[in-house]
Design a protein around this ligand. Sequence first.
Ligand code: FRU
Length: 470
Amino acid sequence: MTEQEGLLIQKAYNEVKKYKNKVINDPYRLKYHLMSPVGLLNDPNGLIQYKGVYHVFYQWNPFDTAHGAKFWGHYTSTDMVNWREEPIALAPSNWYERNGCYSGSAVASDEKLYLFYTGNVKQEDGTRETYQCLAVSSDGIHFEKHGPVLKLPEHYTPHFRDPKVWKEGNRWYMVVGAQTLDEKGAAVLFSSQDLYHWEELGKIAGSAMNGIGDFGYMWECPDLIHLNGKDILLVSPQGLEPSGHLYHNLFQSGYFVGELNYHSLDFQHGAFTELDRGFDFYAPQTFTDEQGRTILYGWMGITDETESYQPTIANHWVHALTIPRELELRDGKIYQKPVEELKKLRKDQQEYEGNHILLNGVSAELLLQLDGKAVPFQISFRNEATLFFEPDKKEISLQRRNVKTDAIETRTCKIDSVSKLQIFIDHSSLEIFINNGEEVFTSRYFPNLTNELISFDREAVCKLTKWNLG
Ligand code: FRU
């Protein structure tokens, strides 16, 4: 570690220490989600199970509750339930990353852990530079930086970032989020034999490619995965206009299902599907664990004009990651279900039955089995957010109060019927899984602290199980 890096890391720890009491005593602090110890957290990075241990890194600005020169914070776990805070993995100390060690991914090879990330540089005159960088570790905790392994190729603006690396056959591949010179979002593929030398293969997907029409001015955080024999490109496009119930958040995250030919780069894929229907979900990343499960974490937040109005900022922290979700592809659609391990958090099981159920819940899981009757229901969460199903319209909606304007806002998606709801409530978050993860709504909400009441109303009797979590 260079002296500069050591000083920067020390400065970050001083910040953690300075605000620790305020942060941990915030009543909106979450109980079973990953958060930064102070400052702003955004994207999950470097997800991997390495030598049996789960690693989650994250974008972190320790010095402010706004975006800035990002560090990589680091947590480890053997079960994705109990987490340990590890030393800072990356600090933006070198010339090629001085405005941030931006998002990236991890792979294991020859017993070592390799982190790929974007070195972000902003010159005084506002021009940007971008370098795809490598850092290597033999213990998964301490990283040695190797600097840039990939410079900005021709035909793209410096909005070129978020390398995701994987192995296919006996070669390594990297997909990078990009903006073309005519300001269209794209995903660009590279290949390598040794993880150090990378060759550009070309664009595999993008705005106005593969039959999708105009689709945003920048694509962030691409991720190429395999499920059920299909190649699926996850991506977070910027610049989509709202259309019907779709794309009402400032930026979106979703996927294209298809088949990629690694030689011709031909990628025949279908339409874009949003991964989440709530207010706070962006920049997800996946990894395959040792059991072969494809697991996703998302950022339970988004960069928009309301971000700086979140009440936790008064206590020097903002944002969290989602709970981990296992992905499955069924009939061309990704289903997301909370990983099994989260059952370990359950305690105080209680059963309820009726068509008007009242319970208390600040950190709880609710499981509702609904019979096939197409009747409306409504769940009010501490009088601050409401989920409601309208069978005649075949729509399910979530409402909450906007932290900036105080106005009620709504997100809606189409659904034929609702037979099961699994809801994870934390002190200031909701993750609602509908029909075994056919649709998910993820949102922060900031209820009045004296109100812990959750009410469920339906025009037919239903059964509800509740567990406190923690
Ligand atoms: C997505 C993103 C990435 C970038 C990172 C910077 O939220 O903008 O594209 O690498 O955040 O923190």
